[in-house]
Every structure is written in structure tokens, then in C-alpha cells.
Design a protein around this ligand. Structure first.
Ligand code: AMP
Length: 284
């Protein structure tokens, strides 16, 4: 595995590949876990050459968010990436990605207005901008994104369509801990009691499948009540929307829907979701 820190070095490696070599790309913020590694595994199955980026992107964090204390362990990440069979690890500095004040950004409308977009102003502009930059550096044929961040998948798919990026976006299933908690780099922040109570997100979402709800409002109310049984859970949002358009819906009529939640446990903000059609989980 080659490790590079500049765009020029990354381009050099990519330009040296045979012209028929397919490039798979997994963008991450590091502190790797099995969720990230499942994307690498899928990329390896489908592509000849796999690029992993590790970059904690400052412009997607709000002023009061956790950029400074976001967990980082580059040494461990290098080992995990190597073991997973990554070919090129791109680990740029903030100065490398943003050498001068940024006067150009990518703004995706509508799909960024709901869910996390409503609570994290500027977040998806930061994400779309950095992913555009990374796509230009890495020039992947296929790029792998986890459905843990289902809104991010919808935003990137929209951006790729609108701006004709020559890349196929591959949404990948959520990888979970044994007790159902969605894997996340931020889970390390949880204290033992918060960690225990955080499983309610998965349990509440799973139960939606077993009921025959008629409206989005009924689903939201049910999930809210379930999550509220845990005293440390502070709900930011519980929303049921059409997916991937993220348009509001009223009656549930067999369309593809997302039930998405964001919940704080102490200082830690967790998100989770389930994608459903007629009560069945569907592949995005
Ligand atoms: P992050 O490092 O949190 O920015 O995540 C990098 C990529 O890994 C994103 O596409 C995430 O959606 C994906 N990812 C993070 N956690 C999981 C998980 N538990 N299961 C599947 N994909 C994940």
C-alpha cells in the first residue's frame, strides 16, 4: 500500500495505472472501523485499484461541533487499511486541501434542507465541496458511501447527476455492532451508560418494520416514544420522508421511505435510519 499526502503524488500514482484499470474510491474521515472496511471490501470486489482517503474536513463542521476533538489514530488506520488491501491511502493536510481561502463551493439544494441539513447549516456544502475535490484528484470509476449517512448518499448522487461527474455512486449497507448500534467513529465518545441506552435507536427503527403504519406522523410518533424511554436520549429529529428525494410524505403508500433519527447522548450526536418499502427493507 502506498501512502501519499499531496494531490500531486496521488495523481502520479493514478496516472501510472493501465488505462483499463478500474478505480474504486472510499472517502473517510478516518478512525476506521468495520463500517469503513466494508466499503473497502466491496470496492475490492468490484474494482482493480482501491483508493482510501482519510481527511477530517474542517469545512463540514459547524463552529460548535467536534472538529478539534474528532477521534484520530492515523497509525492504526494505516495498518487497518493495509490489512484490508487498500492500494493507495491519501491523507492530505488541511493546508493541502485548502491552500488558499476557498471562493468556490458546491451547493446542492433541496435534499440538503431536511434532516441533518436543517440542524447543521453548511454541513452538506462542506461535504459536497470536499467530495468534488477528492473526485477530481482520485478520478474514481466507482465511489463507495455508507447508508449510515443516507442523506449524504442522496446529496452526492444528486451532485454527481447535476454536475456530470463520471463516477458511479455505490451505496452500501449499514454495519452494526452486535447489539445493533450503527458503527461510528463517534461511538468512542459514549460512556458505558450512554452506550447501553444508544441501542434504542436501532431497536426503535427495527420495530417500525413490524407495524403497519398508515402515515409518516404515526411512524414518527412511535419512534419518538420508543427513544424517549431512555432517559439520556435527547432527540434532535425523527423524520419519515420519501427516499432519495427527501420530500415530505403523509400517507404511506408503498413508496420508498426513510425513517431517520438524530439523537444526542450527552455530548455525542448519533444518527441512524432504516429504508423501507411496504414494510420491507430495500437496497438504495
Ligand atoms: P466517515 O469517516 O464517518 O465520514 O465515514 C466515511 C464513510 O463510511 C461514509 O460513506 C459513511 O457513510 C461510511 N460509514 C460510516 N459508518 C458506517 C457504518 N456503520 N456502516 C456502513 N458505512 C459506514
Amino acid at each position: 500500500m502506498k501512502v501519499v499526502t499531496t494531490a500531486v503524488e496521488a495523481r502520479k500514482c493514478i496516472n501510472a495505472l493501465p488505462s483499463d484499470c478500474t478505480i474504486g474510491f472510499v472517502p473517510t474521515m478516518g478512525y476506521l472501523h468495520q463500517g469503513h472496511l466494508s466499503l473497502v471490501k466491496r470496492a475490492k470486489e468490484e474494482c482493480d485499484y482501491v483508493v482510501l482517503s482519510i481527511f477530517v474536513n474542517p469545512i463540514q463542521f459547524g463552529e460548535n461541533e467536534d472538529f478539534d476533538r474528532y477521534p484520530r489514530d492515523f497509525k492504526r488506520d494505516v495498518q487497518l487499511a493495509e490489512d484490508a488491501g487498500v492500494d493507495l491511502l491519501f491523507h492530505p493536510s488541511v493546508e493541502e486541501m485548502y491552500p488558499s481561502p476557498l471562493l468556490t463551493t458546491v451547493q446542492v439544494k433541496k435534499v440538503t434542507e431536511k434532516l441533518c441539513g436543517a440542524y447543521r447549516p453548511g454541513h452538506f456544502e462542506g461535504v459536497a465541496t470536499v467530495v468534488s475535490k477528492l473526485f477530481h484528484i482520485v478520478t474514481p470509476h466507482r465511489a463507495y458511501f455508507g447508508l449510515k449517512d443516507a442523506q449524504q448518499v442522496a446529496v452526492i448522487e444528486q451532485m454527481v447527476r447535476d454536475l456530470h461527474f463520471p463516477v458511479t455512486i455505490v451505496p452500501c449497507e449499514i454495519v452494526r455492532e452486535e447489539d445493533g448500534l450503527a458503527m461510528s467513529s463517534r461511538n468512542v465518545y459514549l460512556n458505558p451508560e450512554e452506550r447501553k441506552q444508544a441501542t434504542i435507536l436501532y431497536r426503535a427503527l427495527q420495530e417500525v418494520k413490524t407495524k403497519n403504519f398508515a402515515t409518516a406522523q404515526e411512524i414518527n410518533q412511535f419512534v419518538r416514544e420508543k427513544i424517549s424511554t431512555q432517559p439520556l436520549a435527547q432527540i434532535e429529529y425523527v423524520e419519515t420522508l420519501a427516499y432519495p428525494s427527501l420530500e415530505s410524505i403523509d400517507q404511506i403508500k408503498g413508496e420508498r421511505i426513510i425513517v431517520a433519527v438524530a439523537v444526542r447522548f450527552g455530548k455525542t450526536r448519533l444518527i441512524d435510519n432504516i429504508l423501507l418499502r411496504n414494510g420491507e427493507v430495500f437496497d438504495a
